[in-house]
Design a protein around this ligand. Structure first.
Ligand code: MN
Ligand code: MN
Length: 461
């Protein structure tokens, strides 16, 4: 089959020498550990901030003036992190920006989550992002997040990750009694209001009514200092409780929750740690809320980028509004996000001449959107030509991508929220199988090539 031969020619593994293949496996060991440990945007923002500090990045608040080579870090609201390296060229020439998102689809607890029914205590949830609800039942779940007390004290929670730790789950309906359910559409078989988490079943001694709920409240109070009212000022999320795993006899893939988009976050972070004395100022940005439309003050529809540029220019002694605009318009950006890999179980939704494949390298996606490219940033070919040259010069294995067949569906990324400043933007990231599922799969070669691509863009573009 001509098609298979053609695709093999493009396979990234076949383009690497053995020492580079070693580097692929080595790089992915760190990535695997990161995925097992970091499951929410808050944890990712904390991780990047503290690692950046260890690598000599100085908090923006402590920076008085701007000089070339300076390494700067900032965090915002615990859910955004940004790393900067000041370039040789003046800021007015623009920056090279790589933006990824660190939130992932999951089940958020409601503001009043805890109730008792039929001998069980349960948490009500409201799902976050685009999930297939049936994937979230009958799997072990962990609870992550923060509870903020009235006095401002923040309690961090991460329960269910250690091997001997307790976990949670949503029981699924047994097949014996699912005759009617099995006739329903997949989108309706599991309802949002039935994604209730099992959190207990043992009543408090001599407690009367709702003894099971009372015992849970007792435990929350004594173990975590959390009272029932505190849930109203909390951000608590149920995520898959298992660690990331190597997949395949050849260990060529990574299976894990949250690779959309922490694969691009991790790889761009590792890349900036290795950048030295760039020509242009570089900004590696990790944002929240992409999965629900980049809204809110931690998403990219807010003025995060503009505010960072304004503060940088201010510290560089440039105070006029026009300079901020010009600097942003002169910038180049990679919207670092994932795309869908062709899945041989569902070939009918992919158009194989233009979709991306597992293992063929980092994916450059000119446009996303749905139907007639609706809500898409459609990258300019003048910019793409230069990107192609950069990757070929740096021997980055890359491929093109499009999100499935034209009429099948679609999706978007943060690209459009950067493009509005006038900067050149293109989507560049890793192809995943099972995107948005609790166990997404990526190729280790693609993960490594994403890191190489981001590094080339930050150091040399
Ligand atoms: Mn994404
Ligand atoms: Mn997504």
């Amino acid at each position: 089959m001509a098609e298979i031969k053609e695709s093999m020619k493009r396979n990234a593994w076949l383009k690497m020498e053995s020492d580079e293949i070693q580097a692929v496996y080595e790089f992915n060991r760190g990535y695997l550990e990161f995925l097992s440990q970091i499951k929410t945007e808050r944890e990712a923002a904390d991780y990047f901030y503290s690692k950046a500090r260890e690598h000599g990045f100085v908090p923006l608040s402590e920076v008085q003036s701007i000089t070339a080579g300076q390494k700067i870090v900032l965090a915002d609201k615990g859910k955004v992190c940004a790393l900067l390296i000041i370039g040789q060229e003046p800021l007015i020439n623009g920056i090279n920006l790589v933006a990824s998102h660190i939130d992932s689809p999951r089940l958020d607890l409601k503001a009043r989550p805890l109730y008792e029914a039929d001998g069980q205590a349960l948490f009500k949830t409201h799902y976050y992002g685009g999930i297939k609800k049936y994937q979230w039942v009958a799997v072990p779940l962990a609870l992550h997040g923060v509870v903020v007390k009235k006095d401002g004290k923040t309690i961090k929670v991460a329960i269910g990750e250690k091997e001997d730790d307790l976990a949670f789950t949503i029981a699924d309906l047994l097949p014996h009694l699912a005759k009617d359910q099995m006739e329903l559409k997949m989108s309706e078989a599991i309802k949002g209001e039935s994604l209730n988490i099992l959190v207990g079943s043992r009543p408090l001694q001599d407690s009367g009514e709702e003894g099971i709920k009372k015992y849970i409240l007792d435990l929350l109070k004594s173990k975590y200092e959390i009272e029932e009212d505190d849930f109203t000022s909390a951000e608590l999320q149920m995520v898959p409780a298992y660690a990331a795993r190597e997949i395949g006899f050849d260990r060529s893939m990574i299976g894990a929750y949250g690779q959309d988009d922490r694969v691009c976050a991790y790889t761009s972070f590792q890349a900036i740690l290795e950048v030295e004395k760039p020509q242009r100022t570089i900004l590696c940005l990790f944002v929240d809320k992409e999965e629900i439309g980049s809204a809110g003050n931690t998403g990219l529809q807010s003025l995060i980028i503009e505010n960072i540029m304004a503060e940088l220019l201010h510290k560089a002694g440039v105070h006029d509004y026009f300079s901020i605009r010009r600097s942003l318009a002169n910038s180049y950006a990679l919207s670092a996000d994932v795309n869908a890999a062709v899945d041989p179980n569902y070939p009918e939704v992919f158009e194989k001449m233009n979709c991306s494949f597992l293992g063929n390298g980092v994916v450059m996606t000119k446009y996303t959107g749905s139907r007639g490219k609706s809500d898409s940033n459609d990258a300019n070919p003048e910019f793409l030509g230069r990107i192609r040259k950069l990757f070929d010069e740096h021997k980055v294995a890359w491929q093109i991508g499009e999100l499935g067949k034209v009429d099948i569906g679609g999706g978007g990324t943060v690209a459009q929220y950067m493009a509005r400043y006038g900067m050149e933007v293109v989507d560049l990231g890793v192809a995943l199988l099972g995107m948005h599922s609790p166990f997404e799969v990526a190729s280790k070669a693609d993960v490594y090539m994403a890191y190489r691509a981001y590094k080339a863009f930050m150091q040399d573009f």
